[in-house]
Ligand binder design. Structure first.
Ligand code: SME
Length: 194
């Protein structure tokens, strides 16, 4: 039977020639992200099902976190969108000590490790609560990964009643996050499976 799959050229680095693979071997996505204008609510309502679609059937955590950050960054254009995951501390006094470690993100390079209770991320982890910071300079202990960041929202990612990471978003504008962001971002992190 004739196949109608598109064949993609792929460089075979061992032999310096092109081989052809079925497109489905490389990617199951059929369309680009649909970016819309409108209210924040409109934008989230458009994005949420698209993120659900991106994650559907894909069990790999890093791949899913990477696509969530890309989708949010593309739709909203924020300065920095990324995840930190709770992992064993590198200089752990005890084997149980944990810290936040940088995970997939979009935006400028960022701090790699954050202790529990430190900065906005570590405080969100400690309190197991979403934090909205209208002016980062007024948040005691804020960790400035980028001097351009003016406001921030951090949403804990909870699995089995434990914080396993945080979604951190920075804006270069003051007071750029509100309850609408909190509502939808909390929905988005619930889509992640561990
Ligand atoms: N500002 C964060 C640190 C992470 S960066 O913003 C990417 C904080 O205070 O925890």
């Amino acid at each position: 039977m004739k196949s109608n799959k598109v064949l993609l050229p792929v460089y075979n680095i061992n032999f310096f020639h092109l081989t052809f693979l079925p497109s489905t071997y490389l990617c199951n996505m059929s369309e680009d992200l649909n970016i819309i204008t409108g209210t924040k609510k409109d934008q989230y309502e458009s994005l949420l099902p698209q993120i659900r679609g991106l994650l559907e059937g894909e069990p790999d955590l890093i791949a899913n976190l990477a696509n969530i950050t890309a989708a949010l960054k593309e739709q909203f254009g924020w300065l920095w969108v990324g995840f930190y995951l709770v992992k064993p501390a590198v200089s752990a006094a005890s084997s149980n000590e944990k810290e936040l470690v940088l995970a997939p993100f979009q935006g400028p390079v960022a701090c790699t490790r954050i202790k529990k209770g430190k900065g906005v991320c570590g405080t969100s982890w400690e309190r197991s609560q979403t934090l909205i910071v209208a002016d980062v300079e007024k948040f005691p202990g804020h960790i400035a990964c980028s001097s351009l960041s003016r406001s921030e929202i951090v949403v804990p990612v909870i699995y089995n009643n434990e914080v396993v990471g945080v979604l951190d978003i920075d804006s270069d504008q003051l007071d750029n996050f509100n309850e609408t962001d909190q509502f939808y971002l909390e929905q988005i992190v619930k889509l992640i499976s561990f």
